[in-house]
Design a protein around this ligand. Structure first.
Ligand SMILES: Cc1ncc(COP(=O)(O)O)c(C=O)c1O
Length: 438
């Protein structure tokens, strides 16, 4: 496996890469949250309210989120990682079983399977979007798996029964849900969407997570989604996540599991209210990953400005696209397929490295010297030490994801950055690229 340590290795020094280019006046950080007086007032109010953990504000946040997504319910938790963990648990994932997911994701997606005693299997992505390629996935399930006794596909090489698909909406471009549901139906699989990037993403006009994406014929199959409100996400609560389910029973169990396994977890906070009671029962061994009212206050304030945030993300993405599209011989811009509503969580640029004299890692080094912060999304799952043996690369080839990673740089898009700052950075990046063309 190639090392992914961020060290570009031998090559030109950074001064020579950026010679003659003036850096930005201040550092344009990769993805700062946009926090203003509204958020500060909301959090201050929560802090002064006399109740700062899960309570009425968390309830209100859940109602706001399920209203926004059109889902029958929503459970706010401490992170998307927790939502993925709980989501797979309530789908019944366990030892001897596996999920199939994308290699081009954050480790949380894979960890969530391992937390449940199961394993992640990887299938390659589409070159344009970085999302699971339905044709490759279908081939994986048809050619590398055989039908097991309980109707689930069994992966020949590992003897693991595939229980669920976990597609990632990479960067905010929605995964091909109609094709994935067609495959899920054919193989009797549930779907847990890793929607960490997908608040603001839609397909055919319906938000990711919306009940309209599950076909009528698949109503017996679980359909869940996990969103993230981590500090860099489209709304940020510091840390935070949300689990949605189209069916009430899995969500009710996830709620109980998010608070130790205590019965009627929603009313835990009532225990300390005048009408409350001290009595409770712990029905199963759960976890501790609830969402606090402080996070909820921040999240509600962020949601009240969500439209403004999304418009500015789209504006910033358009500025990058306008500046870089004349350099189409040197870079690939993020694709937007027909019918897809992009959340613009990321602007994943890919270098056409054969047309350039510098590689991706030196390019990032040069951007840093020019005061432009970036990130790389993602180091493929199977490149990480803990997954070298654990993850089983689908049909043996994850070449598209590996190539995607090797050429990818995510550029700043945050609505905290004014369009003028993005325009200045975009012009600088265009000049840097033009200078290093072969
Ligand atoms: C694709 C993906 N899935 C899951 C996560 C985990 O989210 P969280 O940090 O809220 O646990 C992230 C976080 O960045 C992510 O990018």
């Amino acid at each position: 496996m190639p090392p992914a340590n961020g060290n570009p290795g031998p090559g030109p020094n950074v001064e020579s890469l950026v010679q003659g280019l003036a850096p930005l006046g201040s550092f344009l950080s990769f993805s700062p949250p946009k926090i203003g007086p509204l958020e500060i007032a909301a959090v201050t109010e929560a802090l002064s309210s006399g109740w700062i953990t899960t309570g009425p504000r968390a309830d209100e946040f859940e109602r706001a989120m399920s209203g926004h997504l059109g889902t029958p319910g929503a459970l706010a938790v401490s992170s998307c990682t927790a939502a993925l963990h709980l989501g797979l648990k309530v789908m019944g994932l366990g030892p001897g079983q596996a999920i199939v997911t994308s290699p081009l994701t954050f480790v949380s997606t894979a960890h969530a399977a391992v937390y449940n005693g199961a394993r992640p299997l990887l299938s390659d992505v589409s070159a344009d979007t970085g999302n699971l390629d339905p044709d490759r996935l279908s081939d994986f399930l048809e050619k590398e798996c055989h039908p097991g006794p309980d109707g689930l596909p069994v992966h020949g090489k590992t003897n693991l029964a595939v229980k669920a698909l976990v597609p990632v909406h990479y960067g905010g471009h929605p995964a091909d849900l109609p094709a994935l549901w067609e495959i899920a139906q054919r193989h009797n699989l549930g779907i847990l969407e890793d929607a960490a990037h997908a608040l603001g993403s839609s397909l055919g006009g319906l938000p990711v997570g919306h009940p309209g994406h599950r076909p009528a014929g698949a109503s017996g199959l679980p359909s869940l989604a996990a969103f993230s409100f981590y500090a860099t996400k489209n709304i940020a609560t510091g840390e935070g996540g949300l689990l949605t389910s189209l069916d009430p029973a899995p969500l009710a169990r996830a709620r109980r599991l998010s608070a130790y396994g205590i019965s009627d977890a929603r009313r835990i906070w009532d225990r300390y209210a005048p009408q409350g009671t001290w009595a409770y029962d712990v029905e199963e061994v759960g976890f501790k990953c609830n969402f606090t009212d402080i996070q909820a206050a921040l999240g509600l304030a962020q949601m009240s400005r969500f439209r403004e945030f999304q418009d500015q993300r789209a504006t910033n993405a358009a500025i990058w696209a306008r500046a870089l599209s004349p350099l189409g011989d040197l870079v690939e811009l993020p694709a937007v397929r027909p019918g897809a509503g992009h959340s613009w969580h990321l602007f994943p640029l890919r270098l056409r490295t054969r047309a350039l004299k510098i590689g991706r890692d030196h390019f990032i080094m040069a951007l840093k010297a020019l005061n432009i912060g970036t990130s790389v999304m993602f180091i493929p799952i199977h490149f990480h030490g803990c997954y070298r043996d654990l993850a089983v690369p689908g049909d043996g080839s994850l070449a598209t994801a590996e190539d995607f990673f090797s050429r990818e740089v995510s550029l700043p898009l945050s609505p905290a950055h004014p369009p003028e700052a993005i325009a200045e950075a975009a012009e600088l990046v265009a000049r840097l690229l033009a200078r290093h063309a072969r």
